[in-house]
Design a protein around this ligand. Sequence first.
Ligand code: MLT
Ligand code: ZN
Length: 476
Amino acid sequence: MARPPDLKTLGELKAAVGSGSWLDSRDGVEPFLTDFRKLYHGATPLVLLPRSVDEVARVLRICDREEVAVVPHGGNTSYCGGATPDASGSQIVLSLSKLNRVRQIDAANYSMIIEAGCTLAAAQTAARDAQRLFPLSLGSEGSAQIGGNLSTNAGGTAVLRYGMMRDLVLGLEVVLADGRVLHGLKSLRKDNTGYDVKSLFVGAEGTLGIITAASLKLFPAPADTATALVGIDSPRHALDLLASLRTAAGDHVTSFELMPRLAVQLTVKHITGVADPLAQGTPWYLLIELSSPNAQQALLTLLTAALEDAAARGIIVDAMLASSIAQSQAMWKLREAIPEAQRHHGASLKHDVSVPVSAIPTLIEEGAALVHRLAPEGDVVSYGHAGDGNLHFNVSQKPGADIKSFMARGPMLELAMFDLEESLGGSISAEHGIGRLKAAEFARRADPVELAVMHDLKRALDPKGILNPGKVLCVR
Ligand code: MLT
Ligand code: ZN
């Protein structure tokens, strides 16, 4: 069990990073104490902002010796409270934001080595500057950091084509709990040497080691893109359309996002400059993107033909194809601003769940019935990455509803939603992680043997329990 640091230890930790790289004033530490969704507010005696791997290693050696708990902190955009210290005031925060260099771009190898504190947007730019693509893409990419993306195994809007963050990793540099550095920054596609150790740290939310740098996969930069907003009557038609698009365009189908009409309405209402370009006001909208590195692919023609065919078969009701980059960006804004619009609209209950793609329509139908029964003060705003089987099955407070009674419905509805997705072979966390928010529920629902293996790994890599205690695994 970790224990509070004494004054001497705090002094040693400050010296380990040097002046200008730590904060201990009330105002200085404040931004590190509350999670993005404002679900948790913690306390800390010290925030450290190391500039090198050696400094991170020095910090962890001290923390290991003194048994002081460390909470790693990236861009603070996560949804499950994984980067927030607890309220005891005994956990120190380790921000990776100053470890933010692009160490190497190897265009011919389609790889780059980048430090944990780089924002996702900076990583995308570095790849673009080398005429390559780093494909992870999500709403908070301007602030989210690579270390956090790795630690939560982030998803986003291009998973259908490129996979989750785990699929984009070639190698990692990790500081272990005792301060040893695992130098695993190889940039190989083929490396069959024993266990896949790096994979343990992806999605571990800093509970097994602190990721300081990563070798990431790059891809050919897209030279042709086609984007469409499509109106449909039912999520069942979405599955039909996805299948025919994959037949017609194969791997060029990059994004396939589903939105209910209410999400579109909330975004148009609350976000400046957003408009609904579809005339018919169908119950569901799809945002579809095809992309290819081949400029001669004629994706717009391909997408137009696929949509015309779908219209003739009665699968889609309405569609608009973007005829400029500005139009495509406007369509993406309509999708990506949904969480912000929900925040402006009022309180919301969030469920980041996944099911097999084929079960999406059932999840939507049965989930809506649950909300109707268990949270009548709420409206369903279930949107997201339908092509990956991942919906943000969110519920927004109805206008004028009492916030307290609405929020009080949360725990019961969450249990029912999790039971539902479990009955459909799904997951309680599709892409937002476990953090503190879902740790208890994860412990209750995980396969007992798998959970025991996770605890064994935790004990092996962090025997004193100093790394992000209480996140992912409940302390035993
Ligand atoms: C998204 O896809 O917009 C986010 O992952 C979910 C959210 O912000 O609710
Ligand atoms: Zn999402």
